[in-house]
Design a protein around this ligand. Structure first.
Ligand code: NAP
Length: 312
């Protein structure tokens, strides 16, 4: 029986592990991916994490993991398939949850959900068919395959603009296709983007279809204002249209909003006593590494407060 099981090893989960070990909690952290770090491992450069400007995302993830390892955090490689309430507990008795995975079951008094989020899909014809053959969701991972080629990035947020800038370093031409006439990305990224000669922004446009034979050859792009469609010749498309929370498994246990983000108060407490949430999977204003890390710390403090005076 554990005091705490943390699910997810992105910045929120790893921060929670560090705080939990320092607090002397009997805990494990369950990670699905072979590499810790969550979404940041796919990020070429993180320039807004305080004190470490310009750090590579993978390296930052490794640093976070090393910190948790140094404190003796125990990692379990497993995919969680469900969380069940075994005993609801009371004001004086700690609840018991069973975390079910493909690598065993773990009983615990509290859980921190730090499962983060994953890439949204366009859900257009050709997208599924050409995944790995010209459709990608990670410029850092797959960009090198497009050296000297023409690519498109779809989206207007930080990730889309960062991807376009990254790809411009080795692609001959990069189109950034955005559905509106202004970008959502931060100004500093926009300034860098607009200064690059081999990037062309296609405004007010959406990708209607991805076409090709063995691999992608062109996109059908529609201007949303005049409804004109054009074929755009590209060797690949990077989809960067945002994220969806990885919370499906917990929706029957805790309250989520209409998009699936877990509803929690500032302290990370969810609607189920003993279950806390940290990081991108929770409903909040700003999803950044710094806020995920802060959430992890906060959630552990809440776990400690929650267990005080409760019989285990
Ligand atoms: P995001 O900020 O939600 O941006 C998604 C973009 O995709 C928006 O421009 C949106 O258009 C567009 N979009 C959404 N659905 C679409 C669809 N079906 N078809 C076409 N376009 C669509 O997501 P993100 O860029 O992945 O970033 C996720 C979070 O990570 C954000 O909070 C971001 O700030 C953060 N982040 C921060 C950094 C950094 O600070 N260095 C780096 C990476 C990510 P509209 O603009 O019209 O809504």
């Amino acid at each position: 029986m554990y005091d705490l099981v943390i699910i997810g090893s992105g910045p929120a989960g790893l921060s929670a592990a560090v705080y939990a070990k320092r607090a002397g909690l009997n805990m494990i952290i369950i990670e699905k991916n072979p590499v810790s770090g969550g979404q940041i491992i796919d990020t070429y450069e993180v320039d807004n994490y305080l004190g470490i400007p310009g750090v590579n995302g993978f390296d930052l993830g490794m640093k976070f993991r090393e910190h948790a390892d140094k404190l003796g955090a125990e990692f379990v490689d497993a995919t969680v398939t469900g969380v069940e309430c075994v005993d609801k507990g009371s004001d004086t008795k700690a609840p018991v949850y069973k975390v079910v995975t493909d690598n065993g079951e773990f009983e615990t008094h509290t859980v921190i959900l730090a499962t983060g989020a994953h890439h949204s899909k366009l859900q257009i014809p050709g997208e599924e068919e050409f995944i790995g053959k010209g459709v990608s969701y990670c410029a850092t991972c797959d960009g090198a395959f497009y050296r000297g080629k023409v690519t498109a990035v779809n989206g207007g947020g930080d990730v889309a603009v960062e991807d376009a800038i990254f790809l411009s370093r080795f692609c001959s031409k990069v189109y950034l296709i955005h559905r509106r006439d202004e970008l959502r990305a931060t100004k500093i990224l926009q300034e860098e983007l607009f200064g690059l000669d081999n990037i062309e922004v296609i405004w007010d446009s959406v990708v209607k279809e991805i076409k090709g034979e063995d691999k992608v050859t062109h996109l059908v792009v529609e201007n949303v204002k005049n409804k004109e469609t054009n074929n755009l010749d590209v060797d690949g498309i990077f989809v960067a249209i945002g994220i969806v929370p990885s919370t499906d498994l917990f929706e029957n246990l805790i309250d989520c909003d209409e998009k699936g983000y877990v509803i929690a108060s500032e302290d990370g407490a969810t609607s189920a006593p003993g279950i806390f949430v940290a990081g991108d999977s929770r409903k909040k204003r700003l999803r950044q590494i710094v806020t995920a890390v802060a959430d992890g710390a906060n959630a552990v403090t809440s776990v400690q407060d929650f267990l005080v005076g409760k019989e285990k």
